[in-house]
Design a protein around this ligand. Structure first.
Ligand code: SAH
Length: 389
């Protein structure tokens, strides 16, 4: 096994169990292939841990095990990681109500480079680096051992290009017919893992949708960036007077309509394939509650300034429009916009809207998207519940 040696004074973050070794911290590059497992040493020749080598990435090595003693990394080592992640989910997920959950959250479950989402009997494995591609068969075996019947691999084209991941998006073994029928807090959702965004569903809003539900009785609700209707369904299930879902994707709105039909015989739901900014500008409905859950505007740290303008603009329009006594559920899932910055952006929008705004709650990601305390970058979803006078 090849070794990577850190520059003098650059071992602190690894001693603190941060899993990323940046290229600038490396003194000796190993002569290993992309994806190979390597040992990471300090400049004083102390073993710090084992990780996946990514020579073309700014993150040269992603550490999956911190240890000062040499260990054996075999099939059981990987299976054990998946099984430990599953044990935690058993503690968190009430399987009688919910069979949509994140089984493995990359660094949040001490296995960088892979995400696994479960929809009923199906697992979707998102392979993000060559290192986890090399161990995929062990991951699949572990999934079968915990009772998963169908496995779909999802790889993004930019991952294939940048990280040289070669596995295409495809079923491992027998395919499951699309869409999958699954449930979240007792509400039925159709999930298409082949055509859907992310792995098919935005699992990370589960708890926040429940909170919207608790405020919904008798209310007129606008769910913007609705995708397949996650928030809308909770509003309808909890007695909303009217729910409007807006998304620019025709496919998303079709899924949303199907989800509404599957759960309710009659409903006060209407959907719109439209740009949210345009819809918000022109609507004359006096909504009591608005949900703003846009896609990540900042996909990289370079995009933060533009993204901040996008979030501000969106929140400003909504803050101007909402009726007195109304609520806004506003979110950002950009990892590069942290909680403090997001709050400052919303503050700027509230000041420009010239209205009294109070924060009632602060939102985050659910328990099945755990944040490794040593890897704060894993915290990406943030949101505020605003009360507007
Ligand atoms: N709230 C959703 C997830 C939102 S994901 C849920 O709980 O499931 C973001 C969605 O925004 C995607 O469905 C995407 O199609 C949509 N979208 C992106 N830009 C948009 C725009 N300008 N106007 C309307 N919808 C947009």
């Amino acid at each position: 096994m090849q070794s990577l040696i850190l520059k003098s004074g650059r071992e602190r973050s690894l001693i603190n169990r941060h899993p990323w070794v940046f290229s600038g911290a490396v003194k000796n590059m190993p002569e290993a292939e992309n994806g190979e497992i390597i040992k990471v040493f300090s400049n004083h020749n102390e073993l710090l841990g084992y990780g996946f080598f990514s020579p073309h990435s700014q993150i040269t090595c992603r550490v999956f095990e911190f240890t000062s003693v040499h260990i054996t990394i075999d099939e059981n080592f990987w299976k054990d990681k998946i099984k430990r992640a599953f044990e935690l989910r058993k503690l968190i997920i009430d399987s009688s109500q919910t069979n949509i959950y994140r089984l493995l959250h990359a660094e949040g479950d001490f296995l960088p480079g892979v995400i696994i989402d479960v929809y009923s009997t199906v697992a979707v494995v998102q392979i993000l680096i060559r290192g986890t591609e090399n161990i995929k068969e062990f991951i699949f075996d572990a999934l079968r051992e915990i009772g998963i019947k169908f496995i779909y691999v999802k790889t993004k084209s930019n991952t294939q290009r940048l990280e040289e991941v070669t596995t295409p998006s495809s079923w491992v073994g027998e395919p499951h017919v699309m869409p999958i029928e699954a449930k979240e807090n007792g509400i039925k959702f159709l999930v298409d893992v082949e055509k859907g965004q992310k792995t098919g569903f935005f699992i990370d809003q589960r708890e926040n949708r429940k909170i919207l539900g608790a405020f919904s009785r008798g209310k007129k609700i606008l769910n913007t960036f609705s995708y397949s209707g996650g928030f809308s369904l909770y509003a309808l299930a909890n007695g909303a007077e009217l729910v409007h879902s807006v998304d620019s994707s025709k496919y998303a709105i079709e899924m949303c309509d199907k989800n509404v039909e599957d759960n309710f015989i009659n409903s006060n739901h209407q959907s719109f394939v439209e740009d949210v900014f345009e819809y918000l500008q022109k609507t004359e409905v006096d909504y009591d509650i608005m949900v703003l859950d846009p896609p990540a505007f900042a996909k990289s740290s370079k995009a933060v300034a533009n993204a901040a303008r996008g979030y501000k603009n969106l929140n400003l329009i909504a803050l101007k429009k909402i009726k007195p006594g109304g609520l806004i559920f506003t979110f950002s899932c950009s990892q590069h916009i942290d909680r403090d910055l997001f709050r400052k952006i919303v503050f700027g929008a509230a000041a420009d809207a010239k209205r009294n705004v109070r924060i009632l709650r602060q939102f985050t990601q659910p328990d099945d998207h755990p944040i490794n305390i040593f890897h704060p970058e894993g915290e990406y979803l943030k949101g505020l519940l605003l009360y507007i006078e």
